[in-house]
Design a protein around this ligand. Structure first.
Ligand code: NAD
Length: 257
């Protein structure tokens, strides 16, 4: 079945993986809703550029994924969707005893709670349309842990749990829910971790990438946002209609170790 003409909402999609997914969707002929909390001229210009390049309807809707009512509002303003990609996410690294409470709250709200609120708002629309896909961008940290990433690891494990429950509650309907678990992808979120890691280990940028980050990935390479977009397209396709409640790792072998 062609996905052409279906509508996808991708949360947190003005950069990184979310934007990569949005672009692969637009290339496949889907109408796409881009989202972030920023609401800059650049966000609207990006939507217009993608519409023009791919001949589909791409619009930008501002919603702050740390706020329940804005998560639910995003779905309603868009008029529902066929495909929901819960991607918005932030990160903070600190030992548990020093982890700022406001950082913990923000990470849990944006990385986990938002997926609950958007899914709750989107499911009635998918049921009305008689078809739906919920794709949660979790992480290798949804399946494994690293020190100093307590909130992120807890949120991503929560996302994997929410994925399973959503799949069970929709199992008898033409709706699926799965999580994609990326390893390292060189996006602004990962770039932001590099300067501190350089200081901590006394390494240059290339050494941090090779000797700290990519030691976790047996492939010794980053996954790309295009590969993540391709995985989301596959999960949206008919070929994946019986795939639900599972996680797909795009991590160069990280979680096989
Ligand atoms: P990124 O920083 O490039 O993108 C994050 C996106 O979330 C941006 O579009 C940003 O605007 C949006 N966002 C942040 N706070 C928001 C808020 N309050 N409301 C709405 N949008 C908000 O990072 P990324 O690496 O592309 O991350 C995307 C997702 O992929 C995250 O959930 C992240 O945890 C996950 N992930 C990333 C990696 C990686 O290596 N990059 C690995 C595993 C999982």
């Amino acid at each position: 079945m062609s996905l052409q003409g279906k509508t996808a909402i991708v949360t947190g999609s003005n950069s990184g993986i979310g934007l990569g997914v949005a672009i692969e969707f637009a290339k496949a002929g889907l109408n796409v809703v881009l989202n972030s909390f920023t609401n800059n001229d650049e966000d609207h210009a990006l939507a217009a550029k993608l519409s023009e390049e791919h001949g589909t309807h791409v619009q930008y809707i501002k919603a702050d994924m740390s706020k329940a009512e804005e998560c639910r509002g995003l779905i309603e303003i868009a008029g529902g969707c066929d495909i929901l990609v819960n991607n918005a996410g932030i990160q903070h690294v600190a030992p548990i005893q020093d982890f700022p409470t406001e950082k913990w709250d923000a990470i849990i709200a944006i990385n986990l709670n938002s997926a609950f609120h958007t899914t709750a708002a989107a499911l009635p629309h998918m049921r009305e349309r008689g078809w739906g896909r919920v794709i949660n961008i979790a992480s290798a940290h949804g399946l494994t842990a690293s020190p100093f990433k307590s909130a992120y690891v807890a949120a991503k494990h929560g996302v994997v749990g929410l994925t399973k429950v959503t799949a069970l509650e929709t199992a008898e309907e033409p709706i699926t829910c799965n999580a994609i678990c990326p390893g390292y992808v060189l996006t602004p979120l990962v770039e932001a971790q590099i300067p501190d890691t350089m200081k901590e280990y006394g390494m240059d940028r290339e050494e941090v990438i090779k000797n700290v980050m990519l030691t976790r990935q047996p492939s010794k390479d980053f996954a790309t946002v295009e590969q993540l977009g391709g995985t989301a397209l596959f999960l949206s396709s008919d070929a994946a209609a019986q795939i639900t409640g599972t996680t797909i790792s795009v991590d160069g072998g990280w979680t096989a170790l």
